[in-house]
Design a protein around this ligand. Structure first.
Ligand code: ZN
Length: 381
């Protein structure tokens, strides 16, 4: 079939060239509009119908492209944004696709602009007139920050594909579960005074000490109570990440702040984690009324598991000729799986994601095209 779009490498180059950095720092954060427009044009050239939607109150966009009609089908999903980069550590231009030593370098080469290049390349050589079920392509915004693109998509989506594949770099290993992430900042506000008279003030470090004791009990409880044998660390983890408090040696410490994160396994919800934190600290909070402030940091991500009871899992395992496994990083899967069984499978290694000189090893090219082709034929023909 005659190509209607540029070559693999030309598309790759054009997508890497457009900065789509997502960052909590507004000075670094960029709109992904140009990227979504270009991607939409490529898919439109392959006769896809395109829907782009602006995420409310932002300059970020999602794209949903569809070809073929009917029920079911396949949704291939990726995020359009990348993380920020550190100029001092990159030896190559992050926005110029550089081919060297059998690798393609560039920011987003695997995480995850490259996935769209593969999809376009495979579909350009398929006779889409013979599709019996739809192929959907989703490009989301803000995956690297608050995942608002994926959250917005599922709120307004009416499609029901049979299978969703997220092309995050898994070295083409099939993934059906990952842990979640929730983080807190706990601030204790005591009352300062001269160190020579401790009774004169309220020492926030001492209150924080009792909070930490409770948290460590909770940490142990989580480890004992919740187990998931498919993870290398088979229980929910808690990490006390940083603590700050006090100033002068002769002053009672008035403010002490602790940051911590918890990574729940599938089976432990974010709501349960929040309840456990509240319950474990309640008596201290009551005793020191209006002196302890707990707030969530960042956007929480639920754990995720695509069940083996789903037919989809077995079909994709068969295509990949391998069993599902688990990873320790978070993706949009817990959100997207609300509309259909979702698995994670993509080219490139997570070891190179978010790293200087991010690259795709060219050894992934052939097997990735092959597996995308098989997925489309299994779910859409
Ligand atoms: Zn990613």
């Amino acid at each position: 079939m005659k190509r209607k779009i540029p070559s693999f490498i030309e598309i790759y180059r054009s997508l890497i060239k457009i900065p789509t950095i997502s960052s909590d720092n507004i000075l670094l954060d960029k709109s992904n509009k140009n990227f979504i427009d270009l991607l939409s044009n490529y898919f439109a050239d392959l006769n896809f119908s395109i829907q782009t939607k602006q995420i409310i109150h932002t300059d970020k966009y999602n794209m949903l492209a569809r070809i073929g009609s009917g029920q079911g089908g396949l949704l291939l999903s990726g995020h359009s944004d990348t993380v920020d980069f550190d100029e001092k550590t990159w030896t190559k231009d992050p926005f110029t696709l550089t081919e060297q030593d059998n690798k393609f370098y560039g920011l987003g080469a695997i995480d995850m602009k490259g996935f769209f290049v593969f999809i376009l390349d495979v579909i350009s050589s398929i006779n889409t007139k013979k599709l019996t079920k739809p192929i959907y392509i989703l490009a989301t915004a803000n995956e690297e920050t608050d995942m608002s693109g994926a959250k917005y998509f599922i709120e307004s989506s009416t499609i029901k594909p049979e299978c969703i594949i997220i092309g995050e770099p898994t070295s083409l290993q099939l993934i059906n579960a990952h842990k979640g992430h929730i983080s807190y900042s706990i601030e204790v506000i005591g009352k300062t005074g001269h160190a020579s008279n401790p009774e004169d003030g309220i020492n926030s470090i001492e209150i924080m000490h009792s909070i930490i004791q409770r948290l460590l009990l909770l940490k142990n409880f989580l480890k004992q109570k919740y187990q998931h044998k498919n993870f290398s660390i088979p229980y929910p983890t808690m990490n006390l990440s940083s603590i700050h408090g006090g100033d002068a040696i002769n002053r009672i410490c008035s403010i002490c702040t602790l940051n911590l994160e918890i990574r729940p396994i599938p089976g432990l919800t974010l709501l349960q984690v929040e309840k456990l934190i509240q319950e474990n600290l309640q008596s201290i909070i009551t005793r020191w009324y209006n002196r302890i402030f707990i707030k969530k940091l960042y956007s929480s991500i639920p754990s995720y598991q695509c069940s083996y009871k789903k037919n989809t899992t077995r079909i994709v395992e068969k295509l990949c000729k391998s069993k599902c496994t688990t990873v320790n990083y978070c993706t949009e899967a817990p959100f997207l799986q609300k509309i259909a069984p979702t698995l994670i499978l993509g080219p490139g290694s997570i070891e190179q994601a978010h790293q200087p000189d991010e690259y795709l090893d060219m050894s992934f090219i052939k097997p990735t095209k092959n597996i995308i082709n098989k997925l489309i034929h299994a779910f859409c023909f």
